[in-house]
Design a protein around this ligand. Structure first.
Ligand SMILES: [Zn+2]
Length: 601
């Protein structure tokens, strides 16, 4: 009965998410109703509590928190609906207008409630600990404690207000100028004009001449506003030095570490461990040169694809592989993932006007998460499906933690996605039909780790050199910045990759250096932590499963150290990062073996 079989199998085009439950099937009117309710309740909340937080007793605090959680859910529901509707059709002006409206109204609500965190941070420690004993705070205690970690670095209320108001025409304006300058960069590739991202993607081409030409064209395109972008970077580094001095941060990275709930020592230990394993990227790039049939890689060869012909997977195959891989690990995980398919929480096919890439939206704990993909039937897409469903299962299991502790700290946010992806990666590796297909998969795996661990730490080294130099030497010239960039890249690559003079200005389009200084190491931190979680499973097998489910269910209700401890990992152990790096070394070893098989050695 092929007819009934065909009825059962959904085609890719039908895999669209259903956003109606977010707004009680009321569409835009539902969004406006949610926001109106949030505005009304936030005004009432401010009326009742502003300036009076110190007078609350424990039960009253619990009541206030419940109120805040409900207001956040209202805004979160409206925001999620508008954001997801926009993501699937960015070309419809009605969707853009809705998103803008939601953002403006949400800002009004947030601004009205800012006093709560400020007044909470001002209370003294003893009082806070007494208040936190109250019943009804189970989904907020960690959140309430972490808000207070900025306490030693806060200025007076008048100064804070001045800082945030002046930032609009200061730091924020400089950041926007930088973004506008980089967005306007147009690369002329043999007469064809294209955006910077489009040109950079061509570095993956297997045609070496094209790659060299792309590198030259990108370098040329980076020149015209380079002086201005370097000035913006200099200004923002000086601005940060002033902020750090006023806020009493001991180093340029301390504020970022505090935001990540990571100690300066643990971040230092991570960076040093990765630097002492730079032989891993160097070994890979030497092997890659042989796979590409060239003597030695030049900077423009690093991204080149070593892929042979790709295998293709239709939607139902992908779904089956992912669910089977998850089920082999745990029924809880497979059941949670199956809900995404059964209840229309996934939007899968590429469509005109749809946002590129893939993501998981946690939405709000009162609703359920959503996953967006641009599924094109490549093997890479199956891994992406597993990655996003890993996030999705995490979000679904952590729903009971409530809206303040739903999300994990940034450093753990990729744990479940990398884990889900690794489960499926293992299965695809077992199924790979030819040595070439196996090598492609392993090569992508190693390069993923190199990009997330080593490249980000080298970028962190550049930031460290630049911020330190800006503080001791004053304004840095384009030449000086280029030298620091080269120094940080050369340290990672050694003699495995030739760095040309052209490459010296390639720091100048990276938005993280400008908008979120110090951010990049979090990728390395998160990836090594996530690999280590999988490493525990590889060692312990079955016994690990309940601990993993407990870890995901804990959401963001504990510190990174405490969450990692659930999985049996000790982040305070000085050898922790080195062991994580051994897992990457294992990936490299597997890729080297697969390469030997195809190079006929
Ligand atoms: Zn992710």
């Amino acid at each position: 009965m092929t007819f009934s079989l065909r009825l059962m199998a959904a085609t890719l085009e039908d895999i669209a998410w259903n956003l109606d439950p977010l707004v009680d099937n009321e569409g835009e009117a539902g969004v406006d109703r949610l926001l109106a309710e949030a505005q009304e309740r936030s005004a009432a909340f401010a009326e009742r509590h502003q300036g009076k937080l110190a007078e609350l007793d424990g039960p009253q605090l619990a009541e206030a928190i419940a109120d805040l959680q409900e207001i956040s859910e209202l805004v979160g529901r409206a925001g999620t609906y508008a954001m997801l509707r926009f993501a699937t059709n960015t070309a419809d002006p009605q969707n853009g207008a809705l998103l803008q409206r939601v953002q403006e109204k949400a800002t009004v609500v947030e601004t009205r409630l800012v006093f709560f965190e400020l007044e909470w941070a001002e209370l003294d420690d003893d009082r806070v600990e007494t208040l936190l004993q109250a019943d009804g705070l189970d989904t907020a205690r960690h959140h309430l404690r972490t808000i207070r970690r900025y306490r030693p670095h806060l200025l007076t209320e008048a100064e804070e207000k001045l800082m945030s108001e002046k930032a609009v025409t200061g730091r924020d304006a400089w950041t926007r100028l930088f973004n506008e300058l980089t967005s306007a960069i147009e690369v002329d590739l043999g007469g064809e004009k294209m955006a910077l991202d489009v040109a950079l993607a061509k570095l993956m081409s297997s045609d070496r001449e094209l790659r060299a030409q792309v590198q030259q064209s990108v370098t040329d395109a980076l020149q015209p506003t380079l002086r201005t972008r370097a000035f913006v970077f200099n200004t923002l580094m000086a601005d940060k030095a002033t902020d750090d001095r006023l806020r009493r941060y001991p180093s340029w990275i301390s504020g970022r570490n505090l935001a990540n709930e990571a100690s300066d020592e643990s971040v230092q230990a991570l960076v040093e461990a990765v630097r002492s394993a730079y032989d891993i990227p160097q070994r890979w790039y030497r092997l890659k040169a042989r796979l590409l049939g060239i003597d030695k890689l030049v900077d423009y060869d690093r991204m080149a694809s070593v892929a042979s012909a790709d295998e293709s997977f239709d939607w139902d195959e992908a779904k089956q592989i992912v669910l089977d891989s998850f089920a082999d690990f745990s029924g809880v995980m497979a059941d949670s993932a199956r809900q995404f398919f059964d209840e229309h929480w996934i939007d899968a096919p590429p469509r005109p006007g749809k946002r590129g890439g893939a993501f998981c939206s946690y939405a709000v704990p009162g609703a359920h998460p959503y996953v967006m993909l641009n599924y094109t039937s490549r093997r890479r897409d199956v891994l992406t499906l597993a990655h996003e469903l890993g996030h999705g299962v995490h979000a679904a299991l952590a729903r009971p933690r409530g809206i303040f502790e739903h999300h994990t700290p940034l450093t753990l946010s990729e744990t479940a996605s990398v884990f889900g992806e690794t489960l499926v990666f293992r299965r695809l590796l077992d199924q790979a039909a030819t040595p070439e297909s196996r090598l492609t998969l392993l090569a992508e795996h190693v390069e993923g780790s190199i990009a997330t661990v080593f490249r980000q730490v080298a970028m962190n080294r550049f930031e460290d050199l630049a911020h330190s130099a800006r503080r001791s030497e004053g304004e840095l010239s384009i030449d000086r910045l280029g030298a620091l960039w080269e120094q940080s890249q050369h340290e990672m690559l050694g003699d495995s990759v030739e760095i040309t003079d052209n490459y010296r200005c390639w720091w100048s389009y990276v938005p993280h250096f400008i908008g979120t200084p110090g951010y990049v190491y979090a990728y390395a931190y998160g990836q090594l932590l996530a690999l280590s979680v999988y490493g525990r499973y590889a060692e312990e097998g079955e016994a690990f499963v309940p601990r993993y489910i407990e870890l995901l269910s804990a959401g963001g209700s504990r510190s990174p150290e405490e969450l990692a401890a659930i999985a049996g990992l000790d982040l305070t152990d000085p050898g922790f990062w080195a062991r994580g790096l051994e897992l990457v070394r294992g990936q490299l070893g597997a890729a080297e073996e697969a390469a030997a098989a195809t190079l006929n050695e």
